[in-house]
Design a protein around this ligand. Structure first.
Ligand SMILES: Cc1cc2nc3c(=O)[nH]c(=O)nc-3n(C[C@H](O)[C@H](O)[C@H](O)COP(=O)(O)O)c2cc1C
Ligand code: SF4
Ligand code: SF4
Length: 312
């Protein structure tokens, strides 16, 4: 799984690229937001949210030595809202074509100062009006993005997709990344347009799913997930959840709390001991999941990186 995860990157470099050394500098009161670099190249900040590594992988692909990669759950944890650089990007997975709830709340509080702002939305099969939705949400929050595009990857939506089948599909990711890189290099101003059909399909999904459009996916983890006897108490779930919803107790692993429904817990449990509860009345989970024995994490992203991104 971790074939090329952190190859060739020292622990210090990895920490730096994930914004953790920067966080340390912030704690010491050192300046963290330079607008340009000593080598004259543009300084870029990329903020990301990830559960199974797709969005982190893309954030890394769009980074160079002048880029700070910052995990949104870590920024939320630190209460950091101010960001300044020549270019600032955000990379997140779409959930029902919308941003994760944590990303939505983050952008409401963030003060983003940059000449060029871009957002890359990863998805698995249908993005519909996702770019337009982000444009609306971010504008309402006071930040206008110059470039919003989407990028198709493995679909980690367990209720409908078998992860083993998804992993076999070639979604031409390098080609998509190259196109986006070329756009960013020339600071292209473009927002992926939505058609009336896209909007209708999204509205249909919202009606069917009964989600609140102002909130998106915000569930309760105790209602949706259960831990089976296969659990070995390894503690991975306590570290990969961006909400810190899992706890190792003397009577086993317990989960409770507001939940982005990101699937970091269920996908990254090495024992596949986290399963969906039976929810016959829930429109999205009524039929359970396609393959409870198949789980996914992006092949270029280590479990260590997911933990460092999300640990609360
Ligand atoms: C709650 C949830 C909702 C999702 N909704 C969509 C969707 O509307 N359209 C889509 O194409 N993919 C959807 N996906 C798939 C993810 O957007 C996609 O796999 C993404 O690349 C995962 O990124 P990550 O690995 O960084 O977490 C959804 C996944 C989850 C967990
Ligand atoms: S990740 Fe899975 S096996 Fe490990 S403690 Fe959590 S539920 Fe148990
Ligand atoms: S409980 Fe699971 S699905 Fe919910 S936020 Fe935590 S990791 Fe994501």
């Amino acid at each position: 799984m971790d074939k090329s995860s952190n190859k060739g990157i020292s622990r210090r470099d990895a920490l730096k690229r994930m914004g953790l050394l920067v966080a340390g500098a912030a704690a010491l009161g050192m300046p963290t937001a330079l607008t340009s670099c000593s080598n004259g190249k543009k300084k870029r900040i990329i903020l990301y949210f990830t559960a199974t590594g797709n969005s982190l992988y893309i954030a890394r692909q769009l980074s160079d030595e002048n880029t700070e990669l910052l995990s949104i759950p870590q920024m939320v944890k630190q209460g950091r809202h101010d960001f300044e650089a020549e270019e600032i990007g955000i990379v997140y997975p779409i959930y029902g074509h919308m941003p994760p709830n944590m990303v939505r709340n983050f952008i409401k509080q963030a003060r983003i100062k940059a000449n060029y702002k871009f957002a890359i939305l990863t998805y698995g099969m249908l993005d519909f009006n996702a770019a337009e939705l982000w444009d609306g949400i971010s504008r309402k929050a006071g930040t206008k993005f110059d470039y919003i595009n989407t990028l198709v990857m493995v679909d980690n939506w367990l209720p409908n997709f078998d992860m083993n089948e998804q992993m076999k599909m070639d979604k031409h990711i390098p080609e998509q990344v190259e196109k986006i890189k070329a756009d960013l290099d020339r600071q292209r101003k473009w927002i992926k347009p939505a058609t009336d059909d896209d909007r209708r399909n999204h509205d249909g999904f919202m009606f069917f799913s009964r989600l609140d459009p102002d909130v998106g996916f915000l569930k309760r983890s105790e209602k949706y997930f259960r831990v089976t006897d296969a659990c070995i108490g390894c503690g991975v779930c306590t570290e990969v959840c961006p909400r810190g919803n899992y706890e190792l107790t003397s009577t086993g692993v317990k989960t409770e709390g507001d939940c982005d429904f990101c699937f970091a817990c269920i996908q990254n449990c090495p024992q596949k001991a986290i399963q969906f509860r039976s929810l016959p009345d829930d429109p999205l989970l009524a039929r359970g999941e396609v393959n409870p024995n198949a789980r996914y994490r992006n092949e270029h992203v280590s479990l260590w990186s997911i933990k460092e991104s999300n640990r609360q």
